[in-house]
Design a binder for this molecule. Sequence first.
Ligand code: FE
Length: 131
Amino acid sequence: MKDKVTHSEKEWREKLSLKRFHILREKGTEQAFSGEFWNHFKLGHYRCAGCETILFSSDTKFESNCGWPSFSNSLDDVIDEKSDTSHEMNRTEVLCKKCGGHLGHVFEDGPKEMGGLRYCINSLSLKFEDK
Ligand code: FE
C-alpha cells in the first residue's frame, strides 16, 4: 500500500458532504435501503468516497437483501479490519486502508459458494465507476 491519506477533521469536513463525513469519519451507519447501491448491480468498480482508492469490484457484489451493498471480498490489500464491540455487539469493522475511512462491517454469513463472507458497506462510503 502506497502512502496513507491523512487530513485534519476540518479538511475532511470541507472535502466530504455532511452525510459522507458522518459515515466515513464518525463511523456512522446509513439507514438500510436508503443508499445508492444496495440494489445496484452494474458492472464496474467502487472507490472509497474519501480517497478514491478502488476498494470493491462488481464481480464480488451479491444480493443480500440486507439494505446495504454487500460484497464477498474486497480488492487485495485495500482494507483494514478491526474488532468493534460498540452497540453491545461483537463485530468486525472494515476501514479503507489508505485513508482510515469507516466503510462498514464484515460478517460470516455470506454465500458459501463465494467464500462465506459478507462485506456490508455503506453506500455513502463508496463512489461507483462504470467498467
Ligand atoms: Fe479511503
